[in-house]
Design a protein around this ligand. Structure first.
Ligand code: ZN
Ligand code: ZN
Ligand code: ZN
Length: 130
């Protein structure tokens, strides 16, 4: 069986922090588990749900534009035109941070927790916490 193609959603829920430890929560809705302190936090955001439902994505196979019509991510879709199955995945928020040594700006996916970064320009290692 072929692996389903994945299209990344352009709509992200608002960034929220854990009420217990103030770290960033995963970018999602529903009952989320804080990756730092394991607290469970119920996050709802009707505007995001509505935008997810109404989001338009291009079929990865035939480029036809489809309305997702599902108020959660990931969402599994079947193209009405070419019958390709594909997945609309969660939006992965990206951030820009500056290297503390050479101030080059680095773009990366924002995942909660501490990460060690190697600057590609000057090879300095530094830690960031989101
Ligand atoms: Zn927490
Ligand atoms: Zn298609
Ligand atoms: Zn650097």
């Amino acid at each position: 069986m072929d692996e389903e193609a994945i299209v990344e959603s352009r709509i992200a829920p608002p960034p929220l922090t854990c009420p217990k430890c103030s770290s960033l929560l995963p970018s999602d809705l529903g009952v989320l588990t804080c990756l730092i302190c394991s607290a469970k936090v119920n996050v709802e955001h009707p505007v995001t749900r509505r935008n997810w439902n109404n989001e338009k994505v291009g079929c990865p196979q035939c480029s036809k534009v489809l309305v997702v019509g599902v108020d959660k991510r990931p969402a599994h879709l079947k193209c009405a035109s070419c019958s390709t199955h594909f997945t609309v995945a969660k939006n992965v928020p990206r951030v820009e941070i500056a290297c503390p040594s050479c101030e080059r700006r680095l773009r990366m996916k924002r995942r909660p927790g501490e990460r060690e970064i190697d600057c590609p320009a000057c090879s300095t290692s530094f830690k960031v916490t989101f």
